[in-house]
Design a binder for this molecule. Structure first.
Ligand code: UD1
Length: 375
């Protein structure tokens, strides 16, 4: 069966967003809806809250025809079949997956099963419905300890230090092989750096269950007084202030990156010179749609240290935040930031927001919703 063409109006294009109630998924839904796409969300709500969908409706003002929600797990082929049978899906943005690094170490079976088998099921059902346009939510974690910095898409992949990271890397391989076996697939792997921030309304944001593992959600809980201080994991790295350096990116920049990727997959923008597979990837078909497997880093290209983040968040919330220097966290690397030239040249995408704005928006979300969507 041939693939659906993406070379058409946004209003005539239906996008399935798996994990659309989650952090990056919900912000991407807002951006898709604001750009006129029709959105179908499939989310099992295992690590998200349906309130996020209500908030998306408030922000965008759309009705149930433009945003449809299915409480469905991507492992459930029957449920996914229903989603495809009942909606004219043209493309998939695939976020659904378990994502807690530490938990993945103690629950490897659950992580490999959920993330990998879930993706295989999703792709199989999609193929059966003639849908072969897919954007995958990957991560800079696939570079492991990177061979060079700034990290370009050509930087060799290295083993991730945990099953979560391995699933990202393995799914990238599965999707690449899918295209090799059937060149009608039109696949983009987006490797995110460190997504933070929130929609400027403060209505949607990151809502981790329990005590957060990542720096910014943890710092946000310190800022609202729910946790006493920030643990700084190591001040003896070979970095300007000794703390780890990361490329933090505003989640709305990331969301816009997905929409621009979708436009590019339908034939927009690009010059057609990208050749990740050394194939004709990136060249539009006769009808304007593309086929291939492409990889884009989405980051800002700027590194910020742990102390930079704590200070920027302190400025955003109006008080200095307490922190303590502690030993390094296992599996962490010193420095990690992106080269984003390829996304700029091919997609026409460049991150707009700086660390100050990211912290202001994270703070607005956290202060308005101190207990997340349960507030
Ligand atoms: C982590 C994951 C990565 C995942 C990403 C999702 C690891 C090794 N990597 O990236 O696979 O894709 O989250 O956003 O877990 N830090 C502190 N105190 C804290 C938490 C973190 O000092 O309480 C430091 C870390 O040592 C690091 C920086 O802050 O230098 C960022 O950490 P974090 O937010 O957890 O992201 P990553 O580890 O870069």
């Amino acid at each position: 069966m041939s693939n659906r063409s993406l070379a058409k109006n946004h209003a005539d294009t239906t996008v399935l967003v798996t994990g659309g109630a989650g952090f990056i998924g919900s912000h991407t839904c807002v951006e898709l809806l604001e750009q006129g796409y029709r959105v179908v969300v499939a989310d099992d709500l295992s690590n998200s809250n349906s309130e996020a969908l209500n908030r998306i409706r408030v922000i965008t003002g759309v009705n149930d025809d433009q945003l449809t929600f299915y409480k469905a797990n991507i492992l459930d082929a029957q449920a996914m079949n229903r989603v495809f049978d009942e909606n004219p899906i043209d493309a998939i943005i695939h976020f659904a997956g378990f994502k807690a690094v530490g938990e993945s170490v103690v629950k490897p079976l659950e992580y490999y099963w959920n993330n990998i088998t879930g993706t295989l099921t999703l792709c199989k059902v999609a193929r059966e419905h003639g849908v072969k346009n897919l954007i995958f939510s990957s991560s800079a974690t696939v570079y492991g300890d990177p061979e060079f910095i700034p990290i370009t898409e050509d930087c060799p992949k290295h083993n991730a230090t945990n099953p979560y990271g391995q699933t990202k890397s393995m799914i990238e391989q599965v999707l690449t092989d899918l295209y090799v076996g059937d060149t009608e697939w039109n696949i983009v792997l987006l490797r995110y750096f460190n997504p933070i921030g929130a929609h400027e309304s403060g209505l949607i944001g990151e809502d981790p269950k329990g005590i957060p593992n990542n720096l910014v959600p943890y710092t946000a809980r310190v800022a609202v007084g729910q946790l006493p201080y920030v643990h700084v994991y190591g001040a003896d790295y070979d970095t300007p202030d000794g703390t780890g350096v990361r490329d933090y990116i505003h989640v709305m920049d990331l969301a816009r990156g997905h929409v621009m990727t979708l436009d590019w997959m339908g034939g927009a923008c690009g010059t057609g010179v990208a050749t990740t597979l050394g194939t004709i990837a990136g060249i539009p078909d006769a009808d304007g749609s593309r086929h291939g497997v492409e990889i884009f880093n989405l980051g800002t290209g700027t590194g910020s240290s742990v102390l930079d983040v704590i200070h920027a968040f302190g400025t955003a919330c109006g008080r200095e935040l307490p922190y303590r220097i502690e030993p390094r966290r296992a599996g962490d690397i010193a420095t990690n930031y992106a080269a984003c030239d390829k996304a700029r040249d091919e997609l026409g995408w460049v991150a707009r927001y700086d660390l100050k704005r990211m912290c202001e928006d994270s703070w607005r979300w956290q202060s308005k919703n101190p207990d997340g969507y349960r507030s």
